[in-house]
Design a protein around this ligand. Structure first.
Ligand code: HGY
Ligand code: MN
Ligand code: MN
Length: 411
């Protein structure tokens, strides 16, 4: 296989350009799914796809695709992809590196006159982050038939908007049925977002599996009362109860050495006033574990604790499931191809589990799938300090190129 390399300046330049789309007055980068900022990001990526001579298509839940169909190759396409929606005050690599690397690989092959035996397509899936509309990985979940189109489009966001209406408003309620391109295989490159590769001095991760994810919203109904006159023993303090849940989760998942992680990332009190005992507390619980049984056990332990807490505090506690995905194992042959491609380029690579959720875990329902990780400095992500050195980004994209060539016969 004659060695080919991606155009590093083009890839890194596009990452920087896309990373500027959606910055607010304080320079914070936020492109929430189906927002105006997301539209601008999508428009820019679609323009790059068109300029590369790809056929640009959008499906009914806004998944965006750039397809290269060399010759009359009507075989099942090899799909590369990720997402370009972000959390609030995000870094520039999460998701975007995967979409732009996929586009870069296709453009490099096209420019080199390669003739792959099958079409190549790069995807940018809708609402991977799930921070405006739950669940996360929504676009790829629908694409993999894990959620109905109508149900997805009817999803109400944390801001009260409806996903289908927002997609229509930004011009990305497309005509294609999700799943319209049945991939031969799916590859996703992503920043690790954790500390492993940097700490162990590996250049790449060949991702074997993704841990299970459990998202729920907990609402605690207490009783508003006067902060000054209400004796502590007479309170039904929703805020105090919520705080107990936070410490319960931390104490429980850190008591042993299991890899379970628990996060209460958002919380709101009502009436949220300095001199009123909170009548209501609403917060989210994100529980994850690579082992399904242990994850279920943690969910059950939390449910028991909430029952006890409701009795002890005289409050009413309700839970609502927002997302629940079992751990996913990727395709061994594709993982091995990643390792071999890394080895051929002299890059130290290790097999690993993904702590974060990714679109690949949904595409694994459709076809052989695996992921490539590149190191995250300090293990930081979902934070503007997210960073991966250029040489690692380029090395990872070149391995994506090599594995792509092997999987589509463009050797
Ligand atoms: O939550 C996640 O792991 C991903 O960032 N959506
Ligand atoms: Mn991501
Ligand atoms: Mn993310």
């Amino acid at each position: 296989m004659t060695e080919l390399s991606i155009d590093a300046d083009r890839l890194l330049g596009r990452l920087r350009t896309l990373g500027e789309i959606g910055r607010d007055g304080e320079g914070r980068l936020t492109r929430l799914a189906a927002s105006e900022e997301d539209r601008q990001g999508r428009d820019r990526v679609a323009l790059w796809m068109r300029e590369a001579g790809l056929e640009v298509m959008v499906d009914r839940v806004g998944n965006l695709f750039g397809l290269w169909r060399p010759g009359e190759a009507d075989a099942a396409p090899l799909m590369l992809g990720s997402h370009i929606d972000t959390v609030i005050n995000a870094g520039i690599y999460d998701g975007c590196f995967g979409v732009l690397s996929g586009l870069e690989v296709i453009e490099t092959l096209k420019g080199a006159g390669a003739m792959p035996l099958r079409p190549l397509v790069v995807a940018a899936f809708t609402n991977e982050e799930g921070v405006r509309y739950a669940p996360d990985m929504l676009g790829s979940l629908v694409y993999a038939a894990g959620l109905g189109v109508a149900e997805a489009l009817a999803t109400v966001g944390t801001d009260g908007t409806v996903l289908g209406e927002e997609l229509a408003r930004i011009g990305y309620a497309g005509p294609h049925e999700p799943g319209f391109l049945r991939p031969h295989a799916y590859l996703e490159i992503h920043v690790e977002q954790g500390p492993v590769l940097e700490r162990e001095r590996f250049r790449l991760g060949a991702v074997e599996n993704v841990q299970g994810i459990s998202w729920q919203r907990v609402t605690i109904e207490g009783e508003a009362n006067h902060a000054g006159t209400t004796p502590m023993g007479m309170r039904h303090d929703a805020g105090q109860a919520a705080a107990r849940v936070v410490t319960f989760l931390r104490d429980r998942v850190t008591r042993g050495n299991a890899p379970t992680v628990a996060t209460v990332g958002s919380m709101a009190f009502e009436p949220n006033l300095i001199n009123v005992v909170p009548s209501r507390a609403s917060f989210t619980v994100d529980l994850r574990d690579p082992d399904e049984e242990r994850l279920q056990a943690e969910e059950a332990a939390l449910a028991r604790y909430l029952d006890e807490l409701a009795l002890a505090e005289g409050v009413v506690i309700r839970t609502e499931r927002l997302a629940r995905f079992a751990p996913v194992a990727f395709d061994g042959a594709v993982v091995a191809a990643i390792e071999q491609a890394a080895g051929r380029r002299g890059l130290r690579c290790r097999r690993m589990t993904s702590g974060a959720g990714h679109d690949a875990q949904m595409m694994a329902r459709l076809c052989p799938t695996a992921m490539i990780f590149v190191p995250s400095i300090g293990g930081i992500s979902h934070n503007p300090r997210e960073h991966t050195p250029a040489e690692d980004l380029v090395a990872g994209a070149n391995v994506l190129l090599d594995v792509t060539r092997g999987l589509c016969g463009a050797t």
